[in-house]
Design a protein around this ligand. Structure first.
Ligand code: RB5
Length: 364
């Protein structure tokens, strides 16, 4: 095991106690400074260095030291993927590991005595993470982090969750069990239509000349790349018109998958894509990203037929589905109107909205 350590001037007093203890457990220590006591040393740089080492996988975990452990953990928590907490006692360390699975622990040189360091670090290292509901919360934080940063992160692709008030308002109504089939259909289209604005933000523009009633001028026009939308049957059909209202020239493919009752794996039963699929920006439509099995299989199918620039558009996504799709297709950007908590034992998204296909077609 490798642990990165970093300190500012006020945590320096604990540094040798921490390193000695880690080495006594045969842990490899990556010392990222400070190396000498200098009153000018701030906690920011060591926080980012240690956080970066852990996030990049160079170190398995990190130890940070400052006067209170507060400033340095606040800074470390800005590094995507870091969960840092200041722990003054072994009990803090136990809970922070068991419930929050902290990958960086910080200690305060002004609040913790050097002789307490072994017990605090030992408790942190030896306490197992409890998983279960705590894992769901951590996953949700990780997904929210991804979507807020809207960047590619290690082991995953890009994800955009829409926080626009109109979208959030409509998602609230569509979740309601009392929303009728008619309203459900209309809302799904409306929400998808609103999402198109963001989904198409990278479409290239070209110059074009027009004559206004006043004079000749150059205007912008969407040029070059063409769009294809591919609903995954059957619930994905409910999103098609929402997009076509805004992008009427998009071509529409269809993919049908069912789940093999024995292997539980998605099996293709229908696939018809635009003939020039390899030249198009492709948007796979699947309202509920639950386990991610069918979305991921649909994307694989499109790739086999030559599709390259693929995005996945969902109404509601669960962390499990995002992990699955980005695990298999890190190149695929996911757009979702909402990020939910987790899947229940029947594979439904919680809180979700139930079975989108049934609600859309009134089959239940
Ligand atoms: C430095 O004097 C001190 O403010 C710092 O080490 C830390 O306690 C901040 O949270």
């Amino acid at each position: 095991m490798r642990i990165a350590i970093g300190t500012d001037h006020a945590g320096f007093v604990l540094k040798s106690a921490a390193i000695d203890y880690l080495r006594s457990r045969k842990i490899e220590v990556i010392d990222l400074g400070a190396y000498v006591l200098d009153e000018e040393d701030s906690y920011t740089d060591p926080a980012f260095k240690v956080g970066g080492a852990v996030a990049d996988g160079e170190a398995d975990a990190g130890v940070l030291l400052c006067g209170t452990g507060y400033g340095i953990s606040i800074a470390a928590n800005k590094v995507p993927g870091i969960r840092a907490v200041s722990c003054d006692t072994p009990e803090h360390a136990r809970i922070a590991k068991a419930h929050n699975d902290i990958n960086v622990i910080s200690l305060g040189g002004r609040t913790v005595k050097p002789e307490s360091v072994p017990e605090i670090l030992g408790t942190w290292l030896d306490t197992p993470f409890e998983g279960g509901r705590h894992l769901r919360r951590i996953n949700k934080i990780a997904m929210a982090e991804k979507s807020m940063l809207n960047i590619h992160m290690h082991g995953g692709g890009r994800i955009t969750i829409f926080n626009h008030p109109l979208i959030q308002h409509k998602v609230g109504i569509i979740r309601d069990v009392n929303t009728s089939v008619k309203q459900f259909r209309e809302l799904l289209q409306e929400i998808t239509g609103l999402m198109v604005y963001e989904m198409t933000r990278t479409l290239p523009l070209e110059d074009k000349e027009v004559i206004t009633p006043i004079e000749k001028t150059i205007v912008k026009t969407i040029g070059g790349r063409k769009m294809a939308i591919v609903p995954v049957l059957r619930a994905g059909l409910g999103m098609v018109d929402g997009i076509l209202q805004i992008v009427p020239n998009a071509k529409v493919g269809h993919i049908g998958l069912y789940r093999d009752p024995e292997t539980l794996k998605p099996v293709e039963y229908y696939c018809k894509l635009p003939f020039d699929i390899e030249e198009r920006d492709i948007y796979v439509l699947d309202p509920m990203l639950a386990t991610g099995g069918s979305s991921s299989a649909a994307i694989s199918l499109i790739k086999k037929r030559g599709g390259r620039r693929i995005s996945l558009v969902c109404l509601i996504a669960a962390p499990e589905g995002i992990e699955k799709v980005h695990g298999e297709h890190p190149d695929v950007e996911i757009f979702a109107a909402a990020l939910d908590s987790h899947l229940n034992e029947h594979g439904y998204i919680v809180p979700g909205l139930g079975d989108a296909g049934d609600r859309l077609f009134g089959t239940k």
